[in-house]
Ligand binder design. Structure first.
Ligand SMILES: *Cc1c(COP(=O)(O)O)cnc(C)c1O
Length: 408
């Protein structure tokens, strides 16, 4: 670690006060300012160490300051930072090829975030039916507790009323209980263009798709002639122990959205689709100034290189199994405060008995130097870097054991 990065003349208190005066107050940050990270550890301005079990919301797939990613970013920055889509660049073309191969899709469109990737899929669905003579197919079927992003299109699909409150009128959407195939069957009327779904609802509380659900959706959408859209923003890029969450369930969607872990911390999103959909968005119909840029593409290329070189998808399975078993043990031992443990791969959660207990547990864990996030109000979500070392994981689990014991 470079000494100039470590020390700081500004105090936490000064920065927190400045934030309170100048940042838009749409978040509720605690009074901590992070200074640097190394692997799955973070250090704040006061020098306090934290074990990072949240990875910037499942983004920092390689942990912090990974040499391969750092090198790729700095080399690309020194070569070519930005062009726009007026011209091709090699890192982006190579990335498109690799993502198509990894997902079984034929085409890749790039943007800079998850919500834009979802927005692109929704526009793809609408435009596909417009150009194939079914312009009335505008409705989307989505699921309760789903999270698809915050732009107006993605927000319409998001199945959490509190996120939508005050932003209507939104695009026509029908929200159904996650897992209820009968209701989907009934709702597939002639105005529906797509069903959008997560293989595991991340923000909704770490709820894996019930057995047979994605397979059933595949069957129903194929029969109805509507698109099945996979929101893989949180579940994709290896987190569930397969490159896509859908692959864990053996189902192929018509299009999918990636973001979060794809750039390892550099903003990038991607929408991939089947060959049949490549005429839906003709030149001029959709685009992005930053999307597909050489810097973000080189970063994502380095993330894929490292996933391959260090077999991180297999690690997500083995470490995920270790984590799941340990969380199961915590749920049993602390059953007065914990309801259950659930998850797939390295996207796991301890579901607390009440939202108050979840809040309290997250704060106590943070004070004890372990960072997790809340999902669905009651779940303590654990999404560490894919390459987290077993020793750090078990150290964090010991802290969780102690903290939960104190709460009982
Ligand atoms: C985080 C998330 C999004 C939104 O991604 P942003 O990059 O925040 O726009 C969309 N869908 C899912 C499933 C997510 O977890």
């Amino acid at each position: 670690m470079n000494d100039t990065l470590k020390g700081s003349v500004t105090s936490t208190q000064e920065l927190v006060q400045a934030a309170g005066r100048s940042l838009y107050p749409n978040y509720r940050q605690p009074e901590i300012v992070f200074s640097y990270g190394q692997g799955a550890e973070l250090f704040d301005l006061e020098g306090k160490r934290y074990i990072d079990l949240y990875a910037g919301i499942a983004v920092s797939a390689l942990g912090h300051a990974h040499p391969r990613l750092t090198r790729a970013i700095s080399e690309q920055a020194g070569r070519l930072l930005h062009l726009s889509n007026y011209y091709f660049n090699e890192p982006n073309i190579r990335l498109a090829e690799r993502l198509c191969a990894l997902t079984g899709m034929s085409r890749a469109f790039f943007c800079s975030s998850g919500t834009e990737a979802v927005e692109s899929m929704l526009k793809l669905a609408r435009r596909h039916f417009y150009s194939t003579g079914q312009p009335d197919r505008v409705r989307v079927i989505a699921f309760e507790h789903a999270f698809h992003g915050r732009t107006l299109g993605a927000l319409a699909a998001t199945g959490q009323p509190s996120y939508r409150e005050g932003f209507g009128p939104l695009s026509p959407t029908t929200h159904l209980p996650y897992g209820d195939l009968e209701r989907v069957k009934e709702a597939l009327s002639s105005d529906v263009c797509a069903v959008i779904v997560e293989a595991l609802q991340g923000e909704g509380g770490v709820l894996p798709a019930p057995p047979g659900f994605l397979e059933g959706l595949r069957e129903l959408t194929t029969r109805a002639g509507v698109l099945l859209l996979a929101d893989e923003v949180q579940t994709g890029v290896g987190r569930l122990g397969s490159f896509l969450g859908f692959q864990h369930f053996g189902v192929a969607p018509d299009a999918l959205a990636l973001a979060k872990g794809l750039g390892g911390g550099v903003p990038i999103g991607a929408m991939l689709c089947r060959a049949e959909l490549s005429a839906a968005l003709p030149p001029g119909s959709h685009g992005s100034t930053f999307g597909g840029g050489p810097l973000a593409s080189a970063a994502a290329g380095a993330v894929l290189d490292e996933i391959e070189a260090s077999d991180l998808i297999a690690r997500a399975r083995t470490e995920g199994a270790y984590l799941a078993e340990a969380l199961q043990g915590l749920a049993t031992r602390h059953s007065s405060v914990v309801r259950l443990a659930r998850g797939v791969g390295l996207l796991q959660a301890l579901v607390m008995k009440t939202p108050e207990l979840a809040q309290d547990a997250m704060k106590r864990l943070r004070a004890a130097g372990v960072l997790v996030t809340l999902a669905g109000g009651v779940a303590l979500r654990v999404t560490p870097p894919l390459n987290i070392e077993r020793a750090l994981l078990s150290e964090a689990l010991e802290v969780m054991d102690r903290v939960l014991g104190e709460m009982a």
